[in-house]
Each structure stands twice: as structure tokens, then as C-alpha cells.
Design a binder for this molecule. Structure first.
Ligand code: DSN
Length: 403
């Protein structure tokens, strides 16, 4: 094997094993998913869809892609799926293309309140091809459905969006559907962050309410890195399919699609239901412990919460992220509602438990993680003491290569 790359993979394996991974969008794919990702399926070109390809020799990948579609539909209780998006961003691009004319108006969450770049950021394709208006969170950091309805009635968007990157509470998709119906808009849910919770029955399922649901497959869903689109509309799936191929993408990644099929099967089990609930229990345990210690934190109903490091420890989000990295605790800086600092500094950290729960994190570990971070960021313990505590917490966790 290429020694340079082999050594770097070893280095990354060590980094992942010795750390506590609290980045809310990350997870550890299991052996089967990883093996399928690196299979010979990578050799095959298969532009098109099962039964309608532009290449010969697609009879096997046709079967694989059909299984992936069937399993995705079964898992989320949906009629149609496109399993080809290379990422969540590609999935969103295709969904917009299927639902809107160029320049169409989209109502989404204020980006600093937890929206994703593809939900209208000036640096993303989204704001170049579509026109965005935004709804804010209320002062307490919650969705304000009356305010969303008011803005929607005033702006009359073609599309209303829900689903976020840093929102710690349950989303009521039924309320969004009612607003969209009143206004005559399409309703799109980007469930990338919560897809595993939805699959495990631990969050309301958007599929009965949204016209289109987009997702990634590698966050709480714990599959390979990639995207997914779901809908119950026969008309929309046709438009979605042609938006993915040939409009935005070329050859599908059949090795990744096969790994998505494995992931959908794994997520449709009692074991995965328990995993989804454990993520929520661990997140809650850590958030409550921070609160008990006097830290300023958001609430949580899902896999993440926001910690206000600026007002709690007098350190901005970027510096807190860097400081925690010195003891192998990985988090990411994040804006908090009404943040006074810019996105490159921020006042907060986003903390999530999907990855640690996969490795065997318990509620007691989650509480100890709150103590560790609290004591380290408030300088009650030094780096070497903090590293000892990290090693003790992860002592019995699974090695990532054995997951
Ligand atoms: N980059 C992801 C996240 O961290 O939330 C969203 O795609």
C-alpha cells in the first residue's frame, strides 16, 4: 500500500481512538459499512437509474440500487427515494431544482440561528440561484410558529424549509405543513442531523408532512458519507431524479449506495431504536450536568445542545474549541441565539453525542464529560490532569476499527 497514505490513515485511526468526539454531525460507520464502501463496486459506471442505464453490465448494480431504494422507503415510511446524491448539499440542490423555478423564493431559518449553508448562505450556490427570506428563532432559541406563519403570509415563498444544523429541540413538522398549505408553498425538510433519530423512532418523522425530505446518511444515521432524497409524490420523484442525474451529477457511487443499503437495514432494527434513544439520554445527561454546574446551556430534545462558553467561562467558541482539542476532546464553535460575536469566533460550542454513544458512552460518562469540560475551561484542572480524565472516560469504549 502507498506508505505515505497508510501512515496517515494509521495516524487518523489513533486520533479517532484516543479522543472524545462531540462534533454533533459526526459518527463512526461500522465494519460492514466500511467494507462495502471499499468494495469493487467502485469500478462500475452506472449513469442513469435501475433498468435505465447509459452503460452495459449494470444488472448487478441495478439490484443493489433497487434494494437501497426499497430499504430507504421502508425505513422512513415513504413511497419514493433517490439514493444517488453524493452529499446533503447535492440533495438540497436537486430538491430546489425539482420544486422551484430559478429565482424562486425560499423561506428558511436565519443562518446564524442554526441553518445550513445550502439554506441561503451568500457563499453557497443556494443564494445565487434562489431568493431567500428568513425566519428567526425567538429569544429563548426556539422556533416561533406564529412568527413563521406571519412571515410566510407576508412573503408568500414558493418553498418553506425546516431542518437545521444546530437546533437542539424537536421540530413540529405538522405545524410547518399547516403553514405551507395556508400559504400555498411547498414544504421541504432537511433532516440530515436527525435522520437517525427519525429512523429510530426518537423524533417526529417529517415524511408524512413534507413534499420532499433530504438527508445525509452519515450523521445520526451512522451510514457512509452521502445524501438521500425522499418523497411521496410520483410527479416530484421524476423531477428529483432528473435533477440529480443528468443535471447535477454524473455516475452514481454504487459502492456508497450499497453501503447506504447496509445502513438502512441496520437502522431498521430494535438495536438501532435503542441507540437512537441512548443518544438522546446521553445528550440530556450531559446538558443537565452542565446546567447543575452553573454553565449557560440551551435545552435539548435531540442529539445536541449549545454551550455558551463566552458568558460561562469568558472564552470565545473558537478558543474553547482549540483548548479542548489539546486534550483530545473535539467539538465545534457555534453561534448561539442573539450571538454578539461573528461566525468565525462565536460565543458557543455545539456538543453532540451520536459518535460517543456508538463507542459505548453511558449517561455516567456523559455527566463526567460535562465535569471535565467545565473544570478544564474554567482552569480548575490543567492539561495533563484533563488528559488523564479523558483516558479514564474512554477506557472501556470500543476501538473504532472494531465498531
Ligand atoms: N457540516 C454539517 C454540520 O456539521 O452540521 C452540516 O452539513
Amino acid at each position: 500500500m502507498d506508505k505515505e497514505i497508510e501512515l496517515l490513515i494509521k495516524e487518523e485511526t489513533i486520533r479517532q481512538n484516543i479522543g472524545i468526539e462531540l462534533i454533533a454531525s459526526e459518527n463512526y460507520a461500522d465494519k460492514e459499512v466500511r467494507q462495502v464502501c471499499s468494495s469493487i463496486l467502485t469500478n462500475k459506471y452506472a449513469e442513469g437509474y435501475p433498468g435505465h442505464r447509459y452503460y452495459g453490465g449494470c444488472e448487478v448494480v441495478d439490484k443493489i440500487e433497487s434494494i437501497a431504494i426499497e430499504r430507504a422507503c421502508q425505513l422512513f415510511g415513504c413511497k419514493f427515494a433517490n439514493v444517488q446524491p453524493h452529499s446533503g448539499s447535492q440533495a438540497n440542490a436537486a430538491a430546489y431544482r425539482a420544486l422551484l423555478p430559478e429565482g424562486g423564493k425560499i423561506l428558511s431559518l436565519v443562518l446564524n440561528d442554526g441553518g445550513h449553508l445550502t439554506h441561503g448562505s451568500p457563499v453557497s450556490f443556494s443564494s445565487h440561484f434562489y431568493s431567500f427570506v428568513f425566519y428567526p428563532l425567538n429569544k429563548e432559541g426556539h422556533l416561533d410558529y406564529a412568527e413563521i406563519r406571519r412571515i410566510a403570509l407576508e412573503e408568500k415563498p414558493n418553498l418553506i424549509m425546516a431542518g437545521y444544523s444546530a437546533y437542539p429541540y424537536e421540530i413540529d413538522f405538522k405545524k410547518f405543513r399547516e403553514i405551507a398549505d395556508e400559504v400555498g408553498s411547498f414544504f421541504l425538510v432537511d433532516m440530515a442531523h436527525i435522520a437517525g433519530l427519525v429512523a429510530g423512532g426518537a423524533h417526529m418523522n417529517p415524511c408524512p408532512y413534507a413534499d420532499v425530505v433530504t438527508s445525509t446518511t452519515h450523521k445520526t444515521l451512522r451510514g457512509p458519507r452521502g445524501g438521500l432524497i425522499l418523497t411521496n409524490s410520483e410527479e416530484l420523484i421524476k423531477r428529483i431524479n432528473s435533477a440529480i442525474f443528468p443535471f447535477y451529477q454524473g455516475g452514481p457511487l454504487e459502492h456508497i449506495i450499497a453501503a447506504k443499503a447496509v445502513c438502512f437495514k441496520e437502522a431498521n432494527t430494535e438495536l438501532f431504536k435503542k441507540y437512537a434513544q441512548d443518544i438522546i439520554n446521553n445528550t440530556k445527561a450531559c446538558q443537565e450536568e452542565f446546567k447543575r454546574l452553573g454553565a449557560i446551556v440551551s435545552g435539548t430534545d435531540n442529539h445536541l445542545f449549545l454551550l455558551n462558553v463566552l458568558d460561562t467561562y469568558g472564552i470565545n467558541g473558537l478558543d474553547a474549541q482549540k483548548k479542548l482539542e489539546t486534550i483530545n476532546v473535539t467539538t465545534n464553535k457555534n453561534m448561539i441565539p442573539n450571538d454578539t460575536l461573528k461566525p468565525n469566533k462565536t460565543s458557543g460550542l455545539r456538543i453532540g453525542f451520536a459518535a460517543t454513544t456508538t463507542r459505548g458512552c453511558t449517561k455516567e460518562h456523559a455527566q463526567e464529560i460535562a465535569h471535565l469540560i467545565h473544570e478544564f475551561l474554567s482552569n480548575q484542572i490543567d492539561e495533563s490532569k484533563a488528559k488523564e480524565r479523558v483516558a479514564k472516560i474512554i477506557k472501556d469504549w470500543k476501538l473504532i476499527e472494531n465498531i
